[in-house]
Structure formats: C-alpha cells, structure tokens
Design a protein around this ligand. Structure first.
Ligand SMILES: C[C@H](O)[C@H](O)CC(=O)C(=O)O
Ligand SMILES: [Mg+2]
Length: 394
C-alpha cells in the first residue's frame, strides 16, 4: 500500500499546562517549594516558576499528508523549538513518505548535531517524530501500539506522581512518587523535614504501598546518600534523579552507596541511544526513565529500550501521557507506567495533558485497558478551543 506523501509541517506554541506540565496556575502542588538545582539561591527556592521552569510552553507539531490527513503531537520546547521545526527540520519531511521515519530521524539528528544532541533540539525532533507516528497510524487506521509490535499485556498499571501518595493509594495506583522539598542549601533542618515527609507518608500509606522520591537534579552524591540511608528505614522504593544528569560518575557512585534493595532511577533529562548508553554502561541506575517527548521520540525510544533490555534494566518512561502508554504496553521491560497527577491538589485523576488533548485516556483504579488505546495514531485530537500561535512559517 502506497501512503500519501507529506505535504506540510507546521509548528505552534500553546500556553497553560498540557505538555509543558510545569506551566500551571498559582497554588498547584507542582510549583510548591520543590528542591531543584536552583534551590541554592534563596530567591529561586520557593517556586520553580521563579527561575523559569515554565518559560518555554508547549510545542505542537502538525504534519499534513497530501490527502489532507493530519498527524500531530505535543511536547515542550515552545517558540525556539517551533523555529527549529519550521526553519530546519521540515525540509527532511516534506515530499517524503511517512513510512521513512528511520531516515527522517537520522537526517533530523545529524543535520542539527552541530548545535543539538540533547535538550531543546531533541525536544523538537521528538515532537516531529511523534507527529509522524501519529500520521502513520491515522493513514494506516491503526493505533501506534500496533505499529510498535502490539500489546504484550492486556492492561497498563500505573504509579502516581504528586504530593499526595496517600490519595494515590485510595485512587488505586500501585505507588506514589512525591517531590523532594528541601535541597542541600537548606541544611540539617531541610534534611529533617524531608525525612519527616517520607515518614508521614509511610504512616499514612501503610507498609506495602510503593513510595518513591523525585529529587529533580537537586542534590549532590553525599546528600543523596545520606537521604537514601535515612529514607530506607521508611521503605523508600526508589530515589529518582538525585543529581545532575551530566554526572554519570556521581550516579554510578550513588548506586553503589544506596542501601541494598533501594533502586536508583534517572533519565528523564537524558536523550538518545548515546546518552542512555552512558547510563547503562556505567551502571548508573536500576530503572531508566526516558521521556518520549524529549529523548528523541518513539523511533529513538525503541533503540534505547532494546539497549536497556540487553543490560537487564527496566524502562519506565517519564510522564508524557499517550506517547508513553502506546510504548509501555508493547514492552516486557516496561512493566508499569507513570501517571503525573495534574490536579492542583492533587486529589483527583485528570488527563495529564489537559486542556490540549481531547480523548486522552486516564487510569481507572490505577489501570488502563489496552483497548483504551485502540483509536488510530495516538488516539487523541487537538482541542480546537486552545489558542495556538504559529510564530514562524517556511
Ligand atoms: C515532581 C517532579 O519534580 C517533576 O515535576 C516531575 C517529574 O520529574 C516526574 O514526574 O518524574
Ligand atoms: Mg522525575
């Protein structure tokens, strides 16, 4: 079957939540004194928005085929990513068949390598790649997870990320990952408060519920080691992204230092097979957590995942809603998925990328049937009510 060629690629910017899930209103748990690498500066400690965590906004990529079918995806990257998509990447797609995703990825990556390799540029590449898979699914009238090899289980099971693991337990999730609030600059007092929070949640959640801690790159190896040892007493399952993603050596040391049975996880700010090869070969962690909207898209995640499998490691993607669900359901080494609680409390399950997507499935009682993913492509549509801005054209 010959598919119609790609006619046009467009990039838009959207504000207010969605794929840029840190772009929330005042009082949201996700912006409440969470430890970051910027916490060493008192003026940027109380709120992550104060240092610009939400400065970019969401990138929307649309890819239109000659027959009028449109594939789309959302990720972060905002206006600078829109520039890269329109002015640089679009040329590698227009006039080509959507089946050529390998060659297209290769050309996007190597043409931008002199200023790219990670971060924003790979965000932009990921957005294009996901929009391409969405288009391919829509043209073939199949969900993306069928194109990736089909489901290896009947349903997904989820842990929840948010400030209320106790509520997550009541909502049926298998575990709760909470944000760390105080970094090394807040000294012994901050450490005491961090431990008290874990102890309090253990008390509220009972002995068996998984409890995890997200440190968002805020710590150093010494602090992370002391925190892990103290948290072990309260049954912490994993310590996540404890130090800088550039410090592979530090992660290897931390993994050797943590108490037996505690897992070290990282990777949401890592990109491409080459970045993850560093984490895997240096034995930096037990679980890798690529974000499919940031690591290079589905095309790259398949390679990262195969590499992890060969190293006997799990892949539990970071957030990323349907883009993660369609992948996780197809892989044995992705036995569960993350659900980022975007309710401000967070006391209710709301769609992760609300309000940008329509038809976005959510877990019920911590689970989601594979059949919830059966619509063509990634199975979602762009909400026509959101204000989209196209800053560049080509
Ligand atoms: C809660 C974390 O600080 C961050 O906002 C989300 C994250 O890293 C995760 O879901 O993992
Ligand atoms: Mg994280």
């Amino acid at each position: 079957m010959t598919l119609p060629k790609i006619k046009h690629v467009r990039a838009f910017v959207v504000r207010g939540g969605g794929a840029d899930y840190h772009d929330q209103g005042a009082g949201h748990w996700i912006d409440d004194h969470i430890a970051t690498p910027m916490s060493r500066y008192p003026e940027y400690r109380q709120s992550r928005q104060s240092f610009g965590i939400n400065v970019l906004g969401t990138l929307v990529v649309e890819i239109e085929a000659e027959d009028g079918t449109v594939g789309f995806a959302v990720t972060t990257g905002g206006e600078p990513a829109a520039f890269i998509v329109e002015k640089h990447l679009a040329r590698f797609l227009e006039g080509r068949s959507p089946t050529e995703y390998e060659k297209i990825w290769d050309q996007m990556y190597f043409s931008t390598q002199y200023y790219g390799r990670k971060g924003l540029v790979v965000n932009a590449i990921s957005g294009v790649d996901l929009a391409l898979w969405d288009l391919l699914g829509k043209l073939r009238q199949e969900p993306v997870y069928h194109l990736l090899g089909g489901a290896v289980r009947d349903e997904l099971q989820f842990y929840a990320t948010g400030a209320r693991p106790d509520v997550a337990k009541e909502l049926g999730f298998i575990g709760g990952k909470m944000p760390l609030h105080h970094g090394p600059a807040e000294g012994a007092e901050g450490m005491k408060k961090n431990i008290a929070m874990i102890a309090d949640m253990r008390e509220k959640c009972g002995p068996d519920f998984w409890l995890m801690l997200d440190c968002w790159m805020a710590l150093d190896v010494d602090y992370a080691t002391r925190l892990a040892i103290a948290a072990h007493e309260h049954g912490l399952k994993w310590i996540e992204e404890a130090i800088s993603p550039d410090d592979y050596w530090g992660y290897a040391e931390l993994k050797r230092n943590v108490p037996k049975g505690m897992l070290v996880t990282t990777g949401e700010h890592e990109a491409t097979r080459w970045g993850f090869r560093m984490l895997l070969e240096m034995d930096c962690c037990d679980i890798i957590q690529p974000d499919v909207g940031w690591c290079g898209g589905v095309t790259e995640l398949l390679k990262i995942s195969a590499l992890a499998d060969a190293h006997g490691k799990m892949v539990v993607p970071h957030g990323s809603s349907v883009y993660s669900y369609h992948f996780v359901i197809t892989r044995h080494n992705s036995p569960f998925a993350e659900f980022l609680m975007m309710h401000p409390g967070p006391t209710e399950v709301v769609p992760m990328f609300h309000p940008q997507l329509l038809g976005e499935p959510v877990p019920q009682n911590g689970r989601m049937k594979a059949s919830a993913l059966d619509a063509p492509g990634f199975g979602v549509t762009l909400n026509p009510e959101i204000a989209m801005h196209r800053p560049y054209t080509h």
